[in-house]
Design a protein around this ligand. Sequence first.
Ligand code: ZN
Length: 161
Amino acid sequence: MDIQNDSVVSIDYTLKGDAGDVIDSSEGREPLFYLHGHGQIVPGLEEALVGKRENDEVSVSVPAEKGYGPRDPQRVFQVPRDKMPADLELEAGVMLQMQTPDGGAVPLLVTEVLPDAVTVDANHMLAGATLHFQVTVRGVREATAAELSHGHVHGPGGSHD
Ligand code: ZN
């Protein structure tokens, strides 16, 4: 069957950056299972997979606008040193978690350590990046009623039985 909204799809994939560097890959792992049309993969890849079938291969370059979005300079900001735990080891490249008012957590990358503040970047690591995907479709089936009501895939490769 063709991939369409509410299909359960499994794919093998390799994601590369502009320089040909491998950012992520399912190689050596189970394929990725997802529920098509539910925003579980980036929009540009989801669009490229519509109508594909088992064993189809898809090569697509997804611009940032249809990937993880553009980099937002507003998400780079300084935090005063005295607002951070005193025992925190701070240096450029360290990842921190910022608590949000709704109880979530946003990862922050420390980009610069100043005498009384640190500069952090809350952009997604792949914001602004063009994503080069090489995908092989491994399976397509209809979602069950339970999968649709839960909004995720069940069984092998899924959340729970
Ligand atoms: Zn469930």
